[in-house]
Structures are given as structure tokens and as C-alpha cells.
Design a binder for this molecule. Structure first.
Ligand code: DAH
Length: 361
């Protein structure tokens, strides 16, 4: 019997060792320890043995059972480890892959244009000032010399907001600023001349068509100092236009106009040609209006506590979308705000691209 057990043991052990996957290992287990397995069969023979023999054989069979079970566990661990190693080697997950097909980001033409504007005006010694989008009637109109009830207030289709009962009366009537000129007032009240600032930001008017959207962007310029005159205004705007549109000797005309906050006031046109549906800036016989400007009205200076006998200044304002459309040939203003990535792929800019050249010395 002992001999039998030894032979069975080495037989089963080599079957277990030979099992090269979990399925064949399970077969080996059933073959040895299952209900009809070889060891179980031998166990069944114990009943017919003498008590003495049963004791030794029973003990030997139990030992065999334990040893075989241990061998199976060891082999099972080895096979599982092998399977895991194999999965690790073959199943790779590249965490550097983006979850969607790769898209290139682009700088929106508004952001690009604003950067160009800052670059050009910073070169001329301007700093950037800011003010709130939610304004009050006093900063947006009254202080800018729009008298109450004056028809010029209706020139701009204002979005009015509910009055603010917590605000002092002068500032209670809230609105979305219709132009960045309100920041002129805020800046002059807080700062003493000399002043040389640009302001860029969102402005709001109730209007919607190919060249108007309810929200758009403006840039405002303000220079206040002693002895400032219209020549400074013209020189500054000429240098700006030539740098921005990248055209030397750009034809420009200053046309008399009206704004309540400037006297005299002008609108500036640049020369262009419109042929075959195309627009070329700097050539041809047509004119294109691009901005409003003028000498700051003495009443505006007074409203901000600046003595108009001592200080004068000029101001200008223009639509950022408008000059972006002209420079980059974008035909419809509304497309700026549709968030169509195909539009951005076409009109957007690569990061760090710098299309405008430096100012002339
Ligand atoms: N605020 C004017 C507008 O929105 C633009 C403007 C014109 C601004 C003349 C100025 C200026 O500073 O001097 O239509």
C-alpha cells in the first residue's frame, strides 16, 4: 500500500506540474481529490482494512491529500502570476493619448487683436485701465456731458437694469455700459494728469445684424496733459493705424462729427478699395470709417475735478471686432460669438503668433 501511495504521489505531482493553465490544473485536482478522484478512491478502501492497517494507511492518505492540495495551490499561484505577467506585458494603456481626436487650440481673433492693440499702445507709453461692465447712468452718460433727456442718449440702444436702492441717488440708475468711455470718467476721478491710458472691454447695445451684436468690444484711448492739442491726436492715431494695418503712408481723413464728450469731434476714415467683393486697405479711392475721436470737452474734465484751464486732452474709441474684421477679412460680426470651432480653426491664431509689426521709430 505504501508503495502504491508513493507511486500515486509522484504521478499526481507530475500531472500537477505539467498543468500549464488553470483549466488543466482543475482537471488534475478533480483527478486526484474529486469525488471520484484517485485519492478518494483509495480512501474508500480503508473500510475493508484491519484497524491497524487502516490507521497507518488512513494517516498516509491524509498526508498525501494535504501534500497534493498544497502542490495544487502552489501551481495555481504560479499560473496566476504567469497569466498576470502576460497581461501586463501585452495589455498596455497609453495614458498620454488624449481622450478625443486631437484638436489644435486657437487664439480667438478678439484676443489676438487686443494683444496687438496693447503692444502698439504700450510702445507709445499708454497703460491699460479697466472699469465695470455694469455701469450707472452718471458714469455712462451724465458725466460724459450727455445732459438729462438729451437725444444723444438715444443714439445708443441701452440695456437698463433695475435701480439699485442701496446706491446713492447719482449712481442708482444701473445699465450695461454702452461704451468704454465711462472708464475715462472713473480713471480721471481717481488719477491726476498726466494721463495716458487705453481701456478695452465689453460693451452692450440692443442691436443685432451683420455688423451689430448686443455685446461687442471697444477700445478707448485717453490722453490728458498740459498743452495737448489736435496735432497730438492726429499723430497718435496715424502711428496707430499704420502699425495696426501694416500700411505705410496710409490715406486717412479726419471728418468733423459730433460726440457730447469731445469738442471738436471727428471720425476717422482710412483709404481702401472695394473691388470684386474684396477689400484692400491702404489703396484705392474709397473711404472706410474706423473710429471716433476728439478733444475732451471741458465739461467732462470739470465733472472729474480736472481744471480745463490747465489741462487738455484727446480721446478716441473704436470697435475691436470692426478693426479685426477689416484686418483679417471676417465678413460677419455675429460669427465671432457663435463658438463654431470650424470658424476658429479658420480665423483663429496659433499661440504666440505676432502678426503686427513694430511701430516706426
Ligand atoms: N464712445 C463712442 C461710441 O461708442 C466712441 C468714441 C468717440 C469714444 C469719440 C471717444 C471719442 O473717446 O472721443 O460710439
Amino acid at each position: 500500500m505504501t508503495q502504491n501511495i508513493q507511486t500515486l504521489k509522484s504521478e499526481l505531482a507530475s500531472m500537477i506540474e505539467a498543468a500549464n493553465d488553470l483549466d488543466s490544473l482543475e482537471q488534475a485536482r478533480i483527478n486526484a481529490l474529486g469525488k471520484k478522484g484517485r485519492i478518494t478512491d483509495l480512501m474508500k478502501t480503508l473500510g475493508g482494512m484491519s484497524p491497524e492497517e487502516r490507521k497507518t494507511t488512513g494517516q498516509a492518505l491524509n498526508d498525501l491529500k494535504d501534500e497534493i492540495a498544497a502542490l495544487i495551490r502552489t501551481q495555481e499561484d504560479a499560473l496566476k502570476k504567469q497569466a498576470m505577467d502576460q497581461r501586463l506585458a501585452t495589455e498596455t494603456l497609453d495614458i498620454t493619448l488624449s481622450p478625443r481626436p486631437e484638436r489644435k487650440g486657437h487664439i480667438h481673433p478678439i484676443s489676438q487683436t487686443m494683444e496687438e492693440l496693447v503692444t502698439i499702445f504700450a510702445d507709445m507709453g499708454f497703460t491699460v485701465a479697466e472699469g465695470p461692465d455694469i455701469e450707472d447712468d452718471w458714469h455712462n452718460f451724465t458725466a460724459l456731458n450727455f445732459p438729462p433727456g438729451h437725444p444723444a442718449r438715444e443714439m445708443q440702444d441701452t440695456f437698463f437694469l433695475p435701480e439699485d436702492p442701496d446706491e446713492q441717488e447719482l449712481y442708482a440708475k444701473k445699465l450695461l455700459r454702452t461704451h468704454t468711455s465711462s472708464v475715462q470718467i472713473r480713471h480721471m476721478k481717481e488719477n491726476k494728469p498726466p494721463i495716458r491710458i487705453i481701456v478695452m472691454g465689453r460693451t452692450y447695445r440692443s442691436d443685432y445684424d451683420m455688423t451689430h451684436t448686443p455685446m461687442f468690444h471697444q477700445i478707448e484711448g485717453l490722453v490728458i496733459d498740459e498743452h495737448i492739442h489736435m496735432g497730438h491726436l492726429k499723430g497718435c492715431l496715424r502711428d496707430f493705424c499704420e502699425a495696426y494695418f501694416e500700411v505705410d503712408d496710409l490715406p486717412m481723413q479726419f471728418r468733423p462729427s459730433f460726440f457730447p464728450f469731445t469738442e471738436p469731434s471727428a471720425e476717422v476714415d482710412i483709404g481702401c478699395s472695394r473691388k470684386d467683393g474684396g477689400l484692400t486697405i491702404g489703396a484705392g479711392e474709397d473711404w472706410l470709417e474706423i473710429l471716433g475721436c476728439g478733444m475732451v470737452h471741458p465739461n467732462v474734465l470739470k465733472n472729474c475735478g480736472i481744471d480745463p484751464e490747465k489741462y487738455q486732452g484727446f480721446a478716441f474709441g473704436m470697435g475691436i471686432e470692426r478693426i479685426a474684421m477689416l484686418k483679417y477679412g471676417i465678413p460677419d460680426l455675429r460669427t465671432f460669438f457663435e463658438s463654431d470651432t470650424r470658424w476658429l480653426d479658420h480665423y483663429g491664431f496659433a499661440p504666440q503668433s505676432r502678426p503686427n509689426r513694430a511701430l516706426k521709430d
